[in-house]
Design a protein around this ligand. Structure first.
Ligand code: MSP
Length: 645
């Protein structure tokens, strides 16, 4: 029987003053991954995100442009929607606090809190930061600045009649709730912070401001409007259709997960929000999950704190460095965010780390499996994935990845889930190393078929597991396998039973994950001019010297990475009389399929040498000052073993 309760997941609603950057995009990427994962398990999911629009600075910015605040906010909210679409975010509801449905829910919450006797009128005086829309406790200074280290703007002294919520009455009930519901705040160590905050004593909370016409009017007192943070939290109920309790509310509430950053956990999502719900008699959400910060040189990335770069800008930069599908560039950002950060902890963001992960994990590990199998299927099986038997060890490895990734995603351990999937991708690469299907196609066709069928089926299954993390790229992988995309079933349907890819005509296109040539850390304009040193010029060689070297033509049969060395391939080269193993430092530049099958020129009489423990019996010729940029090949076909002079 299907679950009548949908899996309801939310992100914070975002201030509309900055478009998604790695910091706030992270919350949304995590939420999207959870939403997609649960949909793939056959659960009905409702994933809500949106915009928090009632800040005073929105009004000020609109006035500065001579626009109605709603019209101004419409443009910014659309900007968010479009940015999320580019990142592949599959939200089901986009809630804006300026919407009528939200005003209605907010006013009803306030009315019910009044009915519970939890709201009283008083005077509020304090230091107010317009930028953060927050009052701060009194200080000794006459003109203090905002204590929020990312802001630091001058505070304004404000005194106003206001309404207060008796938050102080809820401390014990909140602590009891945490005690009885250990999963309410995750990770565990964050719960301890929240408990200490509450144990140190809660103060009543001012929940209204004098009206400026851009906010939710306070019920029964139109001179006042609801404080922005108070109305913002209510968005989670608005989405369910509350206060109507017979529609979606029944299906959605209590919310399964509120995802938040650690800065908005303690005061807001783990204290004020649950106390508000207690006051109106609505059950509490099941879990509030808080992640850490993305840092730039140890400081939180933010508009004022520095290091802010929009996700669009990152995708654009990637597009400038390498010929990559734009959707895949966005997936690279998703992948990086999910793999690099341990949920709950802070993580440092840098472009070098982003490009590095793309090259190492996507281009090398995942890309290699494709590059080592699809061209071979084209060459040896007319592009059709052969029938064969599915290797039981690979089957077990993929099943293990599926089990572990499901368990870990449920624990918000996205990094661990990807580790498990990458372990299986690693096993697949090792399997290809051992089986060497490029040799089997000559020596044992049946074994070559088993190997290629196994590889393609494992890739298909792993791509299903990868879809929630990197949706576009995973689809592209399936379409290169020649599979119909867009009609995938649940994990259970896609990952059970025997192999399904045999007989499929593959559709290999350009590499999905082409290697990025990572610019050196110094920007080009600062780079020191390269001066040719005299030492670069080699002494003259006599004709006899030259004749000592033997250059031969050979066909590259295979190119496999050398363990522990990002730049090295172990090449097998057929030089007519024999097969040579050559270690070449070209792996960071050329994917295997640009080498395999190509006629190369090798220095055939070099003394064998061990490079990273692997014997190299020759050297291939390539052009390039430091890194190879072009291979020396032949402009027409000649037999392997031909000498080059
Ligand atoms: N509008 C409030 C939330 C109201 S929810 C009822 C708000 N908005 S925000 O746009 O400032 O931040 C939204 C989310 O982005 C928060 O969860 C915050 O933690 C997250 N991040 C913003 N910068 C961040 C980093 N540098 N790193 C990680 N997340 C950070 O707060």
């Amino acid at each position: 029987m299907s679950d009548p309760k949908a899996y309801y997941i939310t992100t914070p609603i975002y201030y509309i003053n900055a478009l998604p950057h790695i910091g706030n995009a992270y919350t949304t990427i995590v939420a999207d991954t959870l939403a997609r994962f649960n949909r793939a398990r056959g659960r009905e999911v409702v994933f809500a995100t949106g915009t928090d629009e009632h800040a005073e600075k929105v009004l000020q910015a609109a006035e500065a442009q001579g626009l109605e605040p709603k019209v101004f906010a419409d443009g910014l909210a659309d900007g968010f929607r479009e940015a999320w679409a580019r990142l592949g975010i599959t939200y089901d509801d986009f809630i804006r606090t300026s919407e009528e449905r939200h005003h209605r829910a907010t006013r009803e919450v306030v009315r019910r809190m009044m009915d519970s006797g939890d709201i009283y009128k008083g005077d509020y005086e304090g230091w107010y930061c317009v930028s953060c829309a927050t009052f701060f406790p009194d200080t000794d200074s006459d003109s203090p600045n905002c204590p929020n280290e990312e802001c630091g703007k001058p505070l304004e002294r404000r005194k106003q009649p206001s309404y207060f919520f008796r938050l102080s009455a809820y401390g014990d009930r909140l602590l009891a709730h945490f005690e009885e519901n250990p999963e309410f705040v995750v990770p565990e160590f964050r719960k301890n912070e929240v408990v200490s905050f509450i144990e140190s004593g809660l103060h009543d909370c001012c929940i209204s401001r004098s009206s400026n016409g851009w906010g939710v009017p306070f019920p029964g007192d139109e001179e006042q409007q609801v404080y922005v943070w108070f109305d913002a939290l209510i968005n989670y109920l608005t989405v369910t259709g509350w206060p109507d309790e017979d529609g979606d509310y029944q299906r959605l509430w209590p919310c399964d997960v509120h995802l938040v950053g650690k800065d908005i956990l303690t005061r807001f999502h783990a204290t004020l929000w649950p106390a508000m719900l207690m006051s109106i008699g609505v059950p509490l959400p099941k879990t509030v999950a808080a992640h850490g910060f993305w840092l730039n040189k140890d400081r939180k990335i933010s508009k004022s704190g520095g290091g802010l770069v929009s996700v669009d800008q990152l995708a654009e930069e990637m597009g400038e460095m390498v010929e990559v599908d734009r959707d895949v560039a966005y997936d690279a950002v998703r992948y990086f965010a999910l793999r690099e950060m341990t949920f709950g902890q802070d993580a440092e963001f840098s472009r070098e780390a982003l490009w590095g992960r793309f090259n190492a994990d996507l281009a090398n590990d995942l890309g290699n499996v494709l590059n080592r199998s699809l061209p071979l299927i084209e060459r040896s099986f007319e592009g059709v994935i052969p029938e064969g038997s599915y290797d039981p060890d690979i089957d077990a490895s993929v099943k293990r990845a599926a089990k572990l990734s499901e368990e870990r995603v449920d624990d918000f351990d996205f990094r661990g889930a990807l580790d498990a999937i990458w372990e299986s991708i690693g096993n697949l690469n090792k399997y290809l190393d051992t089986k060497a299907p490029w040799n089997l196609v000559r020596d044992d066709e049946a074994a070559a078929k088993d190997c290629l069928l196994t590889t393609c089926e494992a890739i298909r299954r792993l791509s299903i597991l990868l879809t929630p993390f990197i949706p576009h790229a995973a689809m592209e992988v399936r379409s290169q396998l020649g599979l119909a995309v867009g009609t995938e079933g649940t994990f259970e349907e896609e990952l059970s039973g025997g192999p399904r890819v045999a007989g499929t005509k593959i559709a290999r296109g350009k590499p999905i994950f082409p290697r990025i040539k990572i610019p050196k850390s110094k920007p080009a304009e600062e780079a020191e001019p390269v001066e040719k040193s005299v030492a670069d010029e080699k002494p003259k060689a006599s004709f006899d010297d030259f004749m000592k070297l033997e250059f031969r033509v050979g066909t590259c049969l295979s190119a496999e990475p050398v363990e522990g060395a990002d730049k090295l391939y172990r090449l097998k080269v057929d030089i007519g009389t024999e097969e040579r193993q050559v270690v070449a430092g070209v792996a960071h530049v050329f994917p295997p399929d640009e080498l395999v099958g190509k006629k190369l020129v090798i220095v055939a009489n070099l003394e064998p040498a061990k490079i990273r423990g692997v014997e190299s019996q020759g050297m291939i010729l390539a052009a390039g000052e430091k890194d190879p940029v072009a291979l020396v090949t032949l402009d027409r076909d000649v037999e392997n073993g031909e000498r080059v002079r």
